[in-house]
Design a binder for this molecule. Structure first.
Ligand SMILES: [Zn+2]
Length: 98
């Protein structure tokens, strides 16, 4: 009688692995999200700016999220303007300037 083989995953967390450190302050993760969404108040902003001076994982995440957001904004801006609309605006400008 064969015993069923169970694949046991050895997911023992390795410590001291540089580059995969995480921030253990829940407030800064929350604040980061607010800042990325543009919902952060001046208090949140001040807290986060001083926090990332000492918190490398948060700083990395912040700059990454920010660049993603910037790229998305650029793409959305370009996509959101259909050529019909541009033409309509051009027509309007023509009509008003003539
Ligand atoms: Zn942090």
């Amino acid at each position: 009688m064969a015993t069923p083989t169970t694949n046991q995953l050895n997911d023992t967390p390795k410590q001291g692995n540089s580059g995969t450190e995480k921030c253990n302050d829940p407030r800064c993760i929350e604040t980061l999200q607010l800042i990325i969404d543009g919902q952060a108040g001046p208090e949140d902003d001040a807290f986060f700016q001083s926090h990332i001076q000492e918190c490398m994982p948060c700083y990395r995440k912040y700059s990454l999220e920010k660049s993603i957001k910037d790229v998305l904004l650029l793409k959305v801006e370009k996509k959101c303007v259909p050529s019909e609309l541009i033409n309509a605006i051009k027509e309007k400008i023509k009509a008003t300037t003539v």
